[in-house]
Design a protein around this ligand. Structure first.
Ligand SMILES: Cc1cc2ncn([C@H]3O[C@H](COP(=O)(O)O)[C@@H](O)[C@H]3O)c2cc1C
Ligand SMILES: O=C(O)c1cccnc1
Length: 611
């Protein structure tokens, strides 16, 4: 699997430009299979002329296959980009074959489910064209109503199997955001029903926002600093976390987990082309500032200009407890870690809310929570709580290897199932302490320079935290040149898994948005494990934690946002995601000076007097 295949459903009315748009989406491919569903046996001259016009627009790159066996044809060549034009004709052919127009008694659900299954199996870019007939008048004939009903059902089911859905109206393209409910009445396939099955856990279905069960319990979080604060509104839609993708028999081999292949940087030649494209767009060069740099970066990461839209961003929240949290270094008690894991699982945390807005999936993974969590959360669990870094190694070397291997396996799985941008988040009371120890040890700072308030420790807590950081740094300094030993000594299982995840994303040439202090501290170690990995990362925001800026300077990263945030969970990274998506939109959708007929910059030596 390429890991980059994008399935797009293009909807539109009659003569809206949907086919031309759909074909343009595959414009960069050398070979495209064109599955034409229009009936060859038609004798309607006007209809045949339409088909001929479609054919004319296609060039030599297209292999045209006239078929109504869509699922079979898709499965026959899952690695070749394909366009299906269109679902309406396929539907007509199927109802014809079943003789259902008169009786209206047709059950296409099994065929629709089979078609969706075949679409999900595509490893190459896939475009499906269909008519949006639901916006017109309800047909006055039974057959017309049957067609409208069936096509509405079919479109909804296919939308679920696609990564993107666009609506074309009058030649203008509207990208439809992901909805918050499952509109498909088609029964789920067996794979979708089995939560621990490899296929169903495959993140291909990540972006289908799931509504939390209506009776999902409000997770009670111990609210130490502000007991009794008003709870959130009772009625709302929540986007629950996606289950982690693996079962116990599928655990990665931890042998040599700390050894990474060489990281190759994003494509410089494409970056050059992308900068030229930025300068050809209808704006003064450089006028979109940082947005231009980000667009160039994404193009270079993807190795193509213009870059493809980011359609499957994924957030993984790594959760774990730390023995040092028993030493009063946080404003909150350690029990909050497990409670927040449940909250994230049910869609109630800040990261869920922000991810839903940005169209990203959220998965929470228990690496070392000091409680038993559900099996689908604890597949990769290394132990219950890491040890107290003040006095002993947080985890053993063997546990560190297992945690690194887990982070790497999770990144691999997401990339293999089409995730095109990754974000790591973390949840663990006390986390800013090991993170600050890592930053202090790697940058040789004094504890008082770098210690922050985390969740909001009071002055006594601040003193305890500073002493803990001092003790941790004393132990960390001894292994500061050995990234694996450093993670084992002070990082703990969760931060170690984050380091594996971030480094593996770079190995897999997948861009990452970093979050605050905790994730950036793990990123420093990840760059030591896989030198050059930083080139695949962008800093989403700058947290108020003082050690965060020091970590960013160390990695030579400039944060996108400055929002005075100090939460973690991946929240700052997810908040920056729409900016990265906007940077891509600029590169894909702005007109060039030539296209728009706008005069470029006047660089000719002017014969004007300089006053
Ligand atoms: C309710 C709640 C939600 C959170 N979400 C993230 N964190 C953040 O705060 C913790 C780190 O701060 P410290 O080192 O001071 O404990 C981590 O769990 C981090 O993810 C939270 C903390 C709390 C209390
Ligand atoms: O910047 C962070 O990562 C952070 C800050 C405070 C609390 N938790 C995380």
């Amino acid at each position: 699997m390429t890991g980059r295949a994008v399935r797009t459903l293009v909807l539109g009315g009659v003569r809206s430009g949907k086919s031309a748009y759909g074909e343009s989406l595959l414009g960069s491919h050398r070979q495209v299979r064109y599955l034409a569903t229009g009936s060859r046996t038609s004798t309607d001259a006007e209809w045949l002329a339409r088909i001929a016009a479609h054919r004319e627009r296609r060039d030599d790159r297209h292999i045209t296959i006239e078929t109504t066996d869509l699922a079979g044809e898709l499965r026959a060549a899952p690695d070749i980009p394909v366009i299906v034009d269109d679902l309406g004709s396929w539907l007509t052919a199927r109802v014809d074959a079943l003789g259902g127009w008169e009786s209206g008694d047709v059950d296409l659900d099994p065929e629709i489910a089979d078609l969706c299954d075949a679409l999900r199996g595509m490893n190459a870019d896939t475009v499906v064209i269909s008519s949006e007939v639901g916006l017109s008048l309800v047909s006055s004939t039974p057959a017309g109503r049957l067609f409208q009903d069936l096509l509405g059902t079919l479109n909804a089911a296919v939308a679920q199997a696609c990564d993107r859905v666009s609506l074309v109206i009058a030649g203008r393209v509207l990208d439809l955001p992901r909805g918050e409910f499952d509109a498909s009445p088609v029964p789920p396939t067996a794979a979708e029903q089995a939560p621990n099955d490899r296929t169903s856990n495959d993140q291909t279905s990540n972006n289908q926002a799931e509504e939390a069960p209506a009776n999902a319990p409000e997770t009670a979080i111990a609210a130490t600093p502000a007991p009794g604060t008003a709870g959130p509104p009772a009625a709302r839609t929540r986007v629950a976390a996606t289950p982690v993708a693996a079962d116990a028999s599928d655990l990665p081999d931890p042998t040599d987990a700390e050894i990474f292949p060489a990281v190759t940087p994003p494509d410089e030649a494409v970056a050059f082309t992308a900068r030229e494209r930025q300068n050809s767009l209808t704006k003064p060069p450089g006028s979109l500032g940082r947005l231009e740099e980000i667009g160039v970066w994404i193009a270079a990461c993807q190795g193509q200009c213009p870059p493809a839209p980011i359609v499957k961003p994924a957030v993984v929240v790594f959760a774990g407890d730390h023995g040092v949290a028993r030493g009063g270094v946080s404003a909150f008690p350690p029990e909050v870690t497990a409670q927040m894991v449940a909250n994230i699982e049910h869609g109630g945390a800040a990261v869920n809310v922000l991810a839903a807005r940005a169209g990203a999936s959220v998965t929470v993974v228990d690496m070392s929570v000091d409680a038993d969590t559900a099996p689908h959360l604890s597949t990769y669990k290394v132990r219950r709580s890491s040890e107290d870094l003040r006095t002993t190694d947080a985890i053993t070397i063997a546990e560190a290897r297992a945690a690194l291997a887990a982070g790497r396996a999770i990144a691999d799985r997401l990339v293999d199932s089409g995730s095109d941008l990754l974000i790591a988040g973390e949840m663990g009371i006390g986390n800013t302490t090991p993170a600050t120890v890592l930053v202090g040890a790697l940058t040789r700072r004094e504890p008082v320079e770098i210690v922050g308030r985390g969740t909001g420790v009071d002055d006594h807590g601040w003193m305890r935290k500073t002493a803990a950081i001092r003790d941790g740094m004393r132990r960390a300094r001894k292994v500061v040149h050995d990234p694996l030993a450093l993670l084992a000594a002070v990082g703990g299982a969760d931060l170690t898994a984050v380091a594996g995840f971030l480094a593996q994303a770079a190995v897999r040439r997948t861009p990452v948005i970093l979050d605050g202090l905790v994730i950036t501290a793990a990123a420093m170690v990840a760059d030591a494990l896989a030198p050059g990995a930083t080139r695949w990362w962008i800093a989403g925001h700058r947290s108020v934690e003082p050690a965060h800026q020091i970590a960013l300077d160390h990695l030579d990263l400039k944060p996108v946002l400055e929002m005075s945030m100090r939460l973690g969970e991946g929240s700052g990274a997810v908040l920056a995601l729409p900016i990265v998506q906007s940077a891509v939109d600029i590169m894909t959708s702005m007109a060039t000076f030539d296209e728009a007929g706008v005069a470029g910059r006047d660089d000719s030596p002017a014969d004007v007097e300089i006053p």
